[in-house]
Design a protein around this ligand. Structure first.
Ligand SMILES: [Zn+2]
Length: 447
């Protein structure tokens, strides 16, 4: 299949400024070439044969279907570096516990399939899932790659690595020594995990775990790093306490997830080692100010209260210092629905990032962290065509990102808003304007 996208503005994820009108030519799953359009999207180059009107109302040109995107901005498909596709974003547990583990897995499979569609609807064409039962997430990842289910490209850790009774123990490997961490890491790599997830501290949504602790020693954390790197892969760590963050950086872990209590010492270590921070600020904007907040059990709310201020303070400092930042939402936790990485981009802008930099945290920088930058994350000839179109100028108003009008994934039209003429397939999603965007914003208390 050949597609030509004629847009008014192109943000390619490489340049620091947006580009003017152009045509992006796609063949198969790849971007073939990009040509400037002197006359704007409706103008067209001289000598081109432009014919209107097949059954979709699309026009064609040189064998390619043309999608006219006058007034729209094209940008790389969005990447969310921290999601949990198995979770429904509901504050309650399911009414009846599953009868057995296979029933539980069936339910989770359905959740993943549904959340993958939600991701695409939000313009998210790649996600990194950091913690889910192996059988469920690795199966759906592979089915998506084989074109058998609709969804984003999934980079998956599968089961996480924690301590006995530690954060995420219910779905993770419980390890209490360096040897056990090594064995768990090797097990995950054997099963085909793309990345390893290790819990270096406690967290919010495991009842008995505490943010303030450090679950593993530097030596234990390094076992996971050493095993992953032998296979050319990376390690992400759930990390709240300062000690956990520092130990993780010293162990060579590639991305600190949340990084709640990071301080100046952690920041300079991260700068020195090139460690990424995925601060996951968006969940706060969905929880605080939500009229349904009382549905979250108090034990979790108390812990969420403790981490709110330091999370924003730490991320603000890290942004200012120039730490590598990638966008992640922790989608799946209470109220944080899938397909809303736009909220993280907006929040990163709120704490001091320039709009273009904030956009890159969910495109180019994210692709680099996820080791998929040879394929996606930018719009360049030779790359896989993962591209979205939004109305207006997201650099002037980042909320434009909330409402993708067109989603191209692997060179195919994965989603299109009603009224935009594009060649569709039976599985193409109809993109409707999603409601429920948070209005809560953090403002610094104290200094
Ligand atoms: Zn998470």
């Amino acid at each position: 299949m050949k597609l030509t996208l004629r847009c008014s503005v192109l943000i390619d994820g490489v340049a620091d400024a947006a580009k003017g009108p152009c045509s992006v030519h796609i063949e198969g799953d790849r971007i073939l070439s990009i040509d400037p359009l002197p006359g704007g999207p409706a103008g067209g180059e001289s000598g081109e044969q432009h014919s209107r009107g097949d059954q979709n109302g699309t026009s064609s040109e040189g064998g390619a279907a043309v999608i006219d995107l006058e007034g729209y901005t094209l940008l790389p498909g969005l990447i969310d570096c921290h999601v949990h596709l198995t979770s429904e974003a509901s504050p309650e547990r399911p009414p009846a516990p599953p009868a057995n583990s296979s029933e539980r897995e069936y339910r989770l499979l359905l959740n993943v399939a549904q959340n993958m569609r939600k991701s695409l609807q939000g313009g998210v064409t790649t996600v990194r899932d950091l913690g889910a039962p192996n059988a469920v997430i690795l199966l759906l990842r592979d089915l998506e790659r084989a074109g058998r289910v609709t969804g984003p490209r999934v980079i998956a850790s599968g089961a996480g690595i924690t301590i006995t009774g530690g954060h995420g123990w219910a779905t993770g490997h419980e390890c209490d020594s360096a040897v056990e961490v090594r064995r768990a890491a090797r097990t995950q790599l054997k099963l085909g995990a793309d990345v390893l997830k290790i819990m270096s501290s406690g967290g919010v949504f495991t009842a008995l775990s505490r943010s303030s602790n450090c679950q593993f020693s530097v030596e234990e954390l390094h076992e996971a790093v050493a095993e992953a790197e032998k296979m050319g892969k990376r390690v992400a760590t759930h990390s709240h306490s300062k000690d956990a963050i520092k130990s993780s950086i010293l162990a060579g872990i590639h991305s600190i997830e949340h990084g709640i209590f990071l301080d100046d010492e952690c920041i300079s270590l991260m700068l020195e080692r090139g460690t990424y921070l995925v601060p996951t600020l968006a969940p706060h904007t969905y929880i605080w100010g939500n009229p349904e907040i009382h549905r979250i059990p108090q034990v979790f709310l108390d812990k969420a209260t403790v981490i709110r201020e330091p999370n924003f303070q730490g991320a603000t400092k890290a942004v200012k210092a120039g730490v590598r930042i990638a966008a992640g939402t922790d989608s799946g936790i209470p109220f944080m629905e899938h397909g809303r990485v736009a909220s993280e981009v907006e929040t990163l802008h709120d704490i001091g990032m320039k709009p273009m930099e904030a956009l890159k945290t969910a495109t180019r920088y994210a692709s680099e962290l996820l080791q998929v930058d040879q394929k996606v994350g930018t719009i360049e000839p030779g790359k896989v065509a993962d591209i979205i179109a939004v109305k207006g100028d997201p650099l002037a108003d980042l909320t434009a990102l909330r409402y993708p009008a067109l989603v191209i994934h692997d060179g195919k039209v994965a989603g299109v808003e009603p009224g935009l003429h594009a060649p569709t397939m039976p599985e193409t999603l109809i993109l409707t304007r999603r409601a429920g965007w948070p209005s809560w914003k953090w403002s610094p208390s104290g200094d």
